[in-house]
Ligand binder design. Sequence first.
Ligand code: NI
Length: 137
Amino acid sequence: MPLVYVTRRMHFSAGHRLHAESLDEETNRGIYGACNNPLGHGHNYDLEVTVAGEPDPVTGMVMDIKKLKDLIQKEVIDPMDHKFLNVEVPFLTRQVPTAENIVVAIWRVLQDKLSGVTLYRLKLYETERNIVEYYGA
Ligand code: NI
C-alpha cells in the first residue's frame, strides 16, 4: 500500500521574550540580543503539520484534512494565537519560547491526540527566513 504524506498549514500570531531564567541579565542580552527585550516582541508564525498514512481504500483519504485542521485549531492555534507565549500557554510554561522549544511542545500536544495516522513532521516558520523542523526524535 502506498504511504502518503498529508500537510495542513496553519497560522497564528504571538508575542514572546527570549530570556533564560538560569542566566543573568547581561548574559541573556548577549545571547538573545533584541529578542531579549523586556517587554517582548511578536511574530506571525506559520505551522505545517504533516501526517503519514495509507489512503483508505474506500474514501481515498489518509485522514480527513478537515478533522486535522479542526484538531490543530483547537489544541494548538486557539491556545497560542494572540498570546504572550512566556506566560499564557500552559504547554509552553517553564521554558524559553524559542521556535525549537515551541515545535517540540506542539509535537507532544498533537501526538497524544492523533490516531490512525503517524505524525511525521512539524515545520514552524517564525519568519520567512527562520524555520525549524521536528520529526519527533
Ligand atoms: Ni522572536
